[in-house]
Design a protein around this ligand. Structure first.
Ligand code: MG
Length: 155
């Protein structure tokens, strides 16, 4: 078995959709990014790339590449699952923590888990959410950060 860690953060700005785990969450701001800004999915991607020794999301999907402008991050994750499988591993589980002062994530977590499980082909997906207790940039609501760990095993 091999484990990997992933971290991502994006700035919250007006005029963008807020998408996490492939779910559009009603909020007055959204995450700035070259792709759809889905920080949860990006952290999960980096966790599995790390576990498989495949580098990182920036190397695989450069933000200078116009193909990834506005990209659906779940489709990027799908590509990563294929690469992990091609390297001889299968996905075991993922655990993650979203750090956001607002909005409340809890009502949306079941749908995030469902969307992610369709791509990762496992139900062993855990998503936690917490505030940053008003500390620092995330605590001031300037952005959202996510940590994730992913486990894989040789097929
Ligand atoms: Mg990102």
């Amino acid at each position: 078995m091999r484990v990997g860690i992933g971290y991502d953060s994006h700035r919250l700005i007006e005029g963008r959709k807020l998408i996490l785990g492939g779910v559009q969450i009603p909020f007055e701001k959204g995450l700035l990014g070259h792709s759809d800004g889905d920080a949860l999915t990006h952290a999960i991607i980096d966790a599995f790339l790390g576990a498989a020794g495949l580098g990182d999301i920036g190397g695989l999907f450069p933000d200078t590449d116009p193909r990834y402008k506005g990209a659906n991050s779940l489709s990027l994750l799908k590509k990563v699952v294929s690469l992990v499988n091609e390297k001889g591993f299968q996905i075991i589980n993922v655990d993650s923590t979203i750090i956001a002062e607002a909005p409340r994530m809890a009502p949306h977590i079941p749908e995030m888990r469902k969307r992610l499980s369709e791509v990762l082909r496992t139900d062993a997906i855990n998503i936690k959410a917490k505030s940053n207790e008003k500390m620092g940039a995330v605590g001031r609501g300037e952005g959202i950060a996510v940590w994730a760990v992913g486990l894989i095993e040789e097929i």
